[in-house]
Design a protein around this ligand. Structure first.
Ligand SMILES: *Cc1c(COP(=O)(O)O)cnc(C)c1O
Length: 364
């Protein structure tokens, strides 16, 4: 049996008829950008997250970047980000012209440590971007308390955590604003690029609506030097179908995670740790071992595809060479020890057992 890391055809298979009808509806409508589908998706996704506003944009990176810009964050400002995130979190800060201030995660949850966030605050700090990495919400209660004490903007990077909950509330409603990605491989993924910002802040939402559309709300009147970054009608129509299936797909992912945890118990492998108050949505199932490369090679030989999220920490990337970064030993240790097992709503118990048996064999 060969097991792919993720097969999007299999993810979307149960919804293909509905998706094809949604796409046909847009094709036949003759209206392809900023129309009824995008407006409907924005309303539905805002309601899903439990917030007032959703603004669809071109991708998750733009969602992060436009939220920072709308808040007036730019040159001379510092933004706190995790040292172990996907590079988009860092790029958004750099694109805004602000300075990236990396903070190390808790090794077991892989999410930001609030005390370390507070220690990194300077008079120039303007914002914190907690990332709900691998689908698990960050420790938002403590992070929000710190932000309130210091007057900072909290922007959730929720690109991996659609539908996750923290103390009963959904990601997207946990900070001042949140950025989502609808890249095809995400828990809520389209069939192309897409993203959104959600927020309860009316002014921020109004500014982002302008920023995504040439600084304009009235056609051919331009108030800001802005960008073109819009969620298109076809993606919005597909995402409306997929949003209706999100909770049941996330429940299946939880079932897969529970089955992995049961089958892998007793093996000398660090399994994912769920923090108090967190209800993750298992975007990824990430295990840890010092024998990571050997384990990955063994699984590959047995037809099981795994990935590493991420193999090179952001401060070690060529894009960020030439800056005198502080020591970031946890990010560097994690990059050598983490391994993402196949994770998708469709995985069968037979496939899960096959992966677990192969891992077990490696350690026996
Ligand atoms: C995917 C992702 C992004 C960026 O989303 P794109 O739509 O690919 O631009 C940002 N942050 C995190 C944590 C991600 O996983």
């Amino acid at each position: 049996m060969s097991i792919e890391f993720l097969n999007l055809r299999r993810v979307n298979e149960p919804l293909l008829d509905e998706i094809q009808q949604a796409v046909a509806r847009v094709v036949n409508s003759g209206w392809y950008v900023l129309g009824a589908e995008t407006a409907a998706f924005e309303e539905e996704f805002a309601r899903y997250c439990g917030v007032r506003h959703c603004i669809g944009v071109g991708n998750g990176l733009d969602a992060l970047h436009l939220a920072l810009r709308a808040r007036g964050i730019g040159p001379g400002d510092e933004v706190i980000v995790p040292s172990n995130t996907f590079i988009a979190t860092w790029l958004a800060v750099s694109q805004a012209g602000a300075r990236v201030v990396p903070v190390e995660p808790n090794e077991r949850t892989c999410n930001l440590v609030p005390d370390r966030v507070e220690a990194a605050i300077t008079p120039r700090t303007r914002a914190i971007i907690p990332v709900h990495l691998y689908g698990q919400p960050a420790e938002m209660e403590s992070i929000n308390a710190i932000a309130r004490r210091h007057g900072l903007f909290v922007l959730e990077d929720a690109a991996q955590a659609h539908g996750a909950r923290y103390n009963g509330s959904r990601t997207g409603s946990l900070g001042d604003a949140a950025a989502f990605s609808f890249y095809p491989g995400k828990n809520l993924g389209g069939m192309g690029d897409g993203g959104a910002i959600v927020t309860n802040d009316d002014d921020l939402a109004t500014t982002i609506r302008k920023l995504r559309n040439y600084g304009s709300t009235v056609k051919y009147r331009h108030e800001l030097v802005a960008v073109n970054s819009r969620l298109d009608e076809i993606q919005a129509a597909i995402l409306r179908v997929k949003l209706r299936a999100l909770d049941s797909e996330n429940a299946r992912r939880s079932g897969v995670a529970a089955a992995y945890a049961k089958a892998l118990a007793g093996i000398p492998l660090q399994l994912p740790v769920v923090a108090p108050g967190a209800e993750p949505v298992w975007h990824l199932y990430v295990v840890r071992t010092q024998q990571r490369d050997a384990l990955q090679a063994h699984l590959r030989k047995n037809g099981i595809e795994t990935l590493v999220h991420y193999p090179i920490a952001c401060h070690k990337q060529q894009a960020y060479a030439g800056t005198d970064w502080p020591a970031l030993p946890i990010a560097e240790k994690l990059q050598g020890e983490i391994l993402s097992l196949p994770m998708a709503p469709y995985l069968t118990s037979e496939e899960i057992q096959t992966v677990a048996a192969s891992i077990s064999k490696h350690f026996s």
